[in-house]
Write a protein that binds this ligand. Structure first.
Ligand SMILES: NC(=O)C1=CN([C@@H]2O[C@H](COP(=O)(O)OP(=O)(O)OC[C@H]3O[C@@H](n4cnc5c(N)ncnc54)[C@H](OP(=O)(O)O)[C@@H]3O)[C@@H](O)[C@H]2O)C=CC1
Ligand SMILES: CCCCCCCCCCCCCCCC(=O)[C@@H](N)CO
Length: 361
C-alpha cells in the first residue's frame, strides 16, 4: 500500500517538480524585464487601429513616442488624438515602409530607439486564384520587406546605444494567421509566417547586445483596416477566423506591452491565442520556465485539439461547397429568380449571373 502511494507521489509530484527544476535551468534566453517609462517607443502604422492604440498606451505609460505611416493627414489626426487623451505630443514621420531611404531618414531624425514596434500591415482576404500577383507582392513588400527595412535602418543605433545595460526591444506584430494558415490568407499568412523566421533568427543575432525580440499574434481586431477588409471577405475566411474571439485594439495594445515588458518572445492576445501559441511552440525561444513546463505537458493534448480545429474547418469548407453546388443546381433547374445577396454569398461572379439570366429568358 505504502509502495503504491509512493509511486503515485512520484508520478504526480516528484516527476513534474523535477521537470520544472530542469526547465528552470534550461530555458534560454534568460528572462528579462524591459522598462517603457521615459524610453523612446517607435511605432510603425501608428496612425490607425492597433498602432494608434499602442501609441496611446505608450504615451500614457510615460514613454517618448514616435509614429510612422504613409498618410500625413492620418498621422496629424493621431497626434491630436493622443495629445487630447494624454497631454503628450508624439513625433510623426510620413514614410512608406517599402522605401528604405525614406525609412532611414525618419529613423535617423527620430533618434535612438528603445522599443521598435513594427505594427504596419496590409491585408486583403481573397482566394489566391482570384488575387492578382501584384497584390501578393504588395502584401509581402509591405508586411515582410517593410519590416526588414525598418530593422536594418534602426538596428545600428540600437546596438551602439549609450547604456548597453538597459535592455531594448524589437517587437513585430504578426497575426494568428501567422501561426496557422487560413483560407483566403495565402499571401497574408505567408508574410506573417515570414516575420516569425525573421524574429527567431534575429533574436540569436542580437541577444549579445541585450536586444530582445517579441512577436505579437492578435486575432481579428476591430480596427479601420479590419472594417475595410470585411467589405469583401470570403465567407469561409470569416467562419474559420471566428474560431478565435475578436478583440478591441486597446486590449491588444495592453497585451502587447505586458508581453514586451516581461520580455516574452511569443505574445498571444486572447485565450484561443494562448492555446494556439502552445500548439505551435515549435523551436521558438522560451524565457519562462513555467510556460515551458506547460508547453511540454500540454503538447500531446494540444495536437489533438489542433486536429479537431482542422476537422471543423475542413467540414465547413466541404459544407460550403455542397451548399453552393445545390444552389447553382436549383437556379438552373428552376430558372428561378435569385437575390444578388445570395449570389454574392456563394461568390458567383457577374459572368455567372449573366449566364443564368440568359438561361432564364
Ligand atoms: N485588425 C486585425 O484584425 C488584425 C490586424 N493584425 C495586424 O496588426 C497590424 C495593424 O493592423 P490594423 O490596426 O488592423 O490596421 P489599419 O489598417 O487600421 O492600420 C494600418 C496602419 O499601417 C500603416 N501602413 C499601411 N501600409 C503602410 C506602408 N506601406 N508604409 C507605412 N505605413 C503603412 C497605415 O497608415 P497609412 O495607410 O497612412 O500608411 C496605418 O497606420 C497589421 O500588421 C495587421 O496585419 C493582426 C491580426 C488581426
Ligand atoms: C490548439 C488550438 C488552437 C486553437 C485556436 C485556433 C484559432 C485560429 C484562428 C485564426 C484566426 C486568424 C485571424 C486573422 C486576423 C487577421 O490578421 C486579419 N483580420 C487581418 O487583419
Amino acid at each position: 500500500m505504502a509502495d503504491a502511494y509512493f509511486s503515485l507521489f512520484t508520478l504526480i509530484v516528484l516527476i513534474p517538480l523535477a521537470l520544472i527544476a530542469f526547465l528552470y535551468f534550461l530555458v534560454r534566453p534568460r528572462p528579462v524585464k524591459i522598462p517603457i517609462k521615459n524610453r523612446h517607443v517607435f511605432i510603425t502604422g501608428g496612425s490607425s487601429g492597433i498602432g494608434l492604440a499602442l501609441a496611446h498606451h505608450a504615451a500614457a505609460q510615460g514613454a517618448r513616442v514616435s509614429i510612422l505611416a504613409r498618410s500625413r493627414n492620418k498621422l496629424e489626426e493621431a497626434r491630436n488624438a493622443v495629445r487630447l487623451a494624454t497631454g503628450i505630443d508624439v513625433s510623426v514621420f510620413a514614410a512608406d515602409v517599402r522605401d528604405y531611404d525614406a525609412v532611414k531618414r525618419a529613423v535617423d531624425e527620430a533618434g535612438p530607439i528603445d522599443v521598435l514596434l513594427l505594427n504596419h500591415g496590409v491585408f486583403v482576404a481573397l482566394e489566391l486564384e482570384k488575387q492578382e500577383l501584384s497584390e501578393v507582392k504588395f502584401t509581402l513588400d509591405v508586411n515582410l520587406m517593410g519590416s526588414f527595412n525598418l530593422i536594418k535602418a534602426a538596428l545600428p543605433a540600437m546596438r551602439t546605444r549609450k547604456d548597453p545595460q538597459q535592455p531594448v526591444s524589437i517587437a513585430l506584430v504578426s497575426s494568428q494567421a501567422g501561426q496557422v494558415g487560413i483560407y483566403g490568407y495565402a499571401a497574408y499568412s505567408a508574410s506573417k509566417f515570414g516575420l516569425r523566421g525573421l524574429a527567431e533568427a534575429l533574436q540569436q543575432e542580437v541577444i549579445a547586445d541585450n536586444i530582445h525580440v517579441s512577436l505579437i499574434f492578435p486575432p481579428d481586431t476591430d480596427t479601420p483596416g479590419f472594417a475595410e477588409e470585411n467589405k469583401r471577405k470570403p465567407e469561409l475566411t470569416k467562419i474559420i477566423a471566428s474560431s478565435s474571439g475578436a478583440m478591441k485594439p486597446e486590449e491588444v495594445a495592453q497585451k502587447t506591452f505586458d508581453g514586451i515588458k516581461s520580455g516574452s518572445f511569443i505574445i498571444p492576445c486572447n485565450l484561443e491565442g494562448i492555446a494556439l501559441s502552445l500548439a505551435t511552440a515549435g523551436l521558438s525561444p522560451q524565457r519562462s520556465f513555467l510556460m515551458a513546463t506547460v508547453e511540454v505537458l500540454a503538447a500531446g493534448i494540444l495536437r489533438i485539439a489542433g486536429l479537431c480545429f482542422q476537422w471543423t474547418w475542413y467540414t465547413s469548407i466541404e459544407k460550403w461547397h455542397n451548399q453552393r453546388k445545390a444552389f447553382v443546381e436549383l437556379m438552373i433547374s428552376t430558372s428561378s429568380r435569385f437575390t444578388s445577396k445570395e449570389l454574392k454569398h456563394f461568390e458567383l461572379g457577374p459572368c455567372f449571373r449573366r449566364l443564368v439570366a440568359d438561361i432564364a429568358t
